[in-house]
Structure formats: C-alpha cells, structure tokens
Ligand binder design. Structure first.
Ligand code: ZN
Length: 100
C-alpha cells in the first residue's frame, strides 16, 4: 500500500479516482483527497475520513506496475484491511459484508 505518494503516484491516484467516480473500489464510500494530509500523522483520522489511497492490484513488491491498469483508488481503511491479500479476495469479502 502506498499512502505516501510521489507526484507521479498522486497523478495516477487522480486518474483512477476519476475512473471510479471518487469512490473506494472495494466499499464504494466517497474518498477524500483532503484527508490525505493525515496519512502520515494520524492513521485513525485518515481511516475515519476515508482518505484516498492508491492501491496496487498486483503489489509493487511483486513487480506490479504504477499504471492505471494495475491500480485502483481505495479508502485508507480498505487499503489497510486488505494488507497482502489478493485484491479479488478482499473485494468479494467486502462486498459480501456490505450486502449482509
Ligand atoms: Zn473502502
């Protein structure tokens, strides 16, 4: 997960954020760009305010690339909760919990 983004990753985040209509790919909550100010300083607040993060479908640690095809916009909470699990597993689990 990459909350601490470079300028390049910030631009990529804005692209995927637009593609996903400003919502988290996993849970559909509206994400906040302004809440990103808390990513480094206050994780609890970043989670509560649904700070926008860039999430790699194939993790960068496994050679996943910084491309629109390999990234989605996720709220900070989903990004943290997914951890190292495959994105598709987390997506199904999240959607099932929302539908329940
Ligand atoms: Zn989410």
């Amino acid at each position: 997960m990459y909350p601490f983004t470079s300028a390049k990753r910030r631009r990529l985040l804005l692209i995927v954020l637009g593609r996903e209509n400003g919502k988290c790919f996993y849970c559909d909550v509206p994400v906040s760009m302004s809440a990103r100010q808390f990513l480094n300083s206050d994780a609890k607040r970043a989670r509560e305010l649904n700070a926008a993060t860039l999430d790699h479908l194939i993790p960068a640690s496994r050679r996943g690339e910084d491309t629109p095809e390999n990234t989605v916009c996720a709220c900070f909470g989903c990004n943290m909760d997914r951890g190292d699990r495959p994105a598709i597993d987390f997506l199904y689990e999240k959607q099932a919990s929302i539908a329940a």
